[in-house]
Ligand binder design. Structure first.
Ligand code: S3P
Length: 427
């Protein structure tokens, strides 16, 4: 794929799209299968580079992988994973690095983890601190411990009770993975309920784990043990579906459907936000899975708080929705955006500004004065800085508005290699 993508305005948008398998579930299906004894199967694995990187890494640590008729078969070695002989390259993927720190902490020895220019700016201290309390020493650059990293793992990890100070599914998951090999039960509490992918999947693989709500948060307790082999089915990624939900709602002539999305409550907060904005967007139950429908709507501004969309992955595309709405939308408590694949706080403001909106910020809040319709968007240029979600949010704005030129567009392959093809198929 060329690294500069020109997105043209679409006259109309019709049809259905099958987004990649959920990225979070895909990483965990690979990891839990590699930790288990025996062969597991995975159907619907994400085709993105991030997930492929996790797979290569687990093979390097002793797992085996076979591809078979649309399924991936992973076997964990009988004796468990062993240290690698080369640095583990996590490329652009924060999920890979943070979860793998948890996994390698439980493999006695020294491990090296590296990432690309984007990942090398992201803080790993949030994972290093709890794992340090469990007995693993994580070294990186500066106070926030940016990669490259060295992890020295002890012969046995200590159990831990830990309150995660930031809303982060990755931190919670790293502790739970490490806790599988600890010398007693570990527990993690979070003030905001982040995605439950790790807990749900560990439980499905036979790990003794309990979870209960505490106020607006949750407490999870895990008993050490090896996961059992499992046959995984990965549903479509709701965070990818969000791009098409917004596209359908802001385009003047659109009726779109996203087939098969994971509709876990922690993942589909963006649907409530869009409905509040008057968008004709809804989740439709189809047996055990959900489809997401979206069609042309006149949007109104709203106030969005980070806890409604934990992990804030859908904010860049909600910014595009706000830009097409009438009135001023407020995005509250958005500080975590600064620590994603790029500084999405700055990136979101600059995207909306490029579209022609008046924008401003106060601390961790920012505000966007909408243009009432995507037809009022300017034709714009955007440089992606190795951030797949910023590329896709820009493409949505260009497709519904007056077009755009995206530099660094090939970075979409980290999560959604066929994004531009799927976008074209709807036109
Ligand atoms: C993810 C957690 C999120 C999210 C990322 C995937 C995961 O980050 O941004 O895309 O799979 O655990 P947080 O750790 O900040 O919640």
């Amino acid at each position: 794929m060329s690294d500069v993508e020109r997105v043209l305005p679409a006259r109309h948008l019709r049809g259905s799209v099958r987004v990649p398998g959920d990225k979070s579930s895909s990483h965990r299906a690979l990891m839990i299968s590699a930790l288990a004894k025996g062969q597991s199967s995975i159907t619907g694995l994400s085709p993105g580079d991030d997930v492929a990187g996790t797979s290569v890494m687990l093979e390097h640590l002793g797992a085996t992988r076979i591809e078979e008729e649309g399924r991936v078969l992973i076997s964990g070695p009988d004796e468990g994973l062993h240290p690698g002989t080369m640095p583990l390259d996590c490329a652009n993927s924060g999920t890979t690095m943070r979860l793998m720190i948890g996994i390698v902490s439980a493999i006695p020895g020294t491990h090296y983890l590296v990432g690309d220019a984007s990942l090398s700016k992201r803080p790993m201290d949030r994972v290093a601190t709890p794992l340090g309390l469990m007995g693993a020493i994580v070294r990186g650059h500066g106070e926030s411990l940016t990669p490259p990293l060295t992890v020295e793992s002890p012969a046995k990890l200590h159990a831990l009770s830990y309150h995660v100070p930031v809303a982060s599914a990755q931190v919670k998951s790293a502790i739970l993975f490490a806790g599988l090999a600890a010398d007693g039960d570990s527990s993690v509490t979070e003030d905001v309920r982040t995605r439950t992918t790790t807990e749900d999947m560990l439980q499905a693989a036979g790990v003794a784990l309990t979870s209960h709500d505490v106020g607006k948060g949750r407490e999870i307790t895990l008993r050490p043990g090896r996961p059992l082999r499992h046959d995984w089915f990965v549903p479509g990624d709701p965070s990818q579906a969000a791009f098409f939900a917004v596209l359908g709602a802001i385009h003047r002539d659109a009726t779109l459907e996203v087939l098969s999305v994971d509709a876990s409550p922690e993942r589909v907060g963006f649907v409530d936000v869009l409905q509040r904005m008057n968008a004709d967007v809804r989740l439709v139950e189809r047996g055990t899975i959900h489809a997401l429908h979206s069609q042309s709507s006149s949007l109104v501004a709203t106030e969005i708080h980070a806890h409604e969309i934990p992990s804030v992955d859908e904010v860049p595309v909600l910014v595009v929705a706000a830009a097409a709405a009438s009135g001023v939308s407020a995005f509250r408590a958005m500080g975590e955006l600064r620590h994603k694949e790029s500084d999405r706080f700055a990136g979101s403001l600059s995207l909306a500004q490029n579209l022609g909106c008046r924008v401003w910020s106060e601390g961790d809040d920012f505000f966007i004065e909408g243009l009432e319709s995507a037809s009022a968007f300017a034709d714009f240029a955007f440089a992606s800085t190795l951030d797949h979600r910023m590329v896709m949010a820009s493409a949505v704005a260009g497709c519904a508005g007056r077009g755009c030129t995206i530099e660094g567009a090939s970075t979409v392959s980290s999560s959604y290699p066929h994004f531009f093809r799927d976008l074209a198929l709807l036109q």
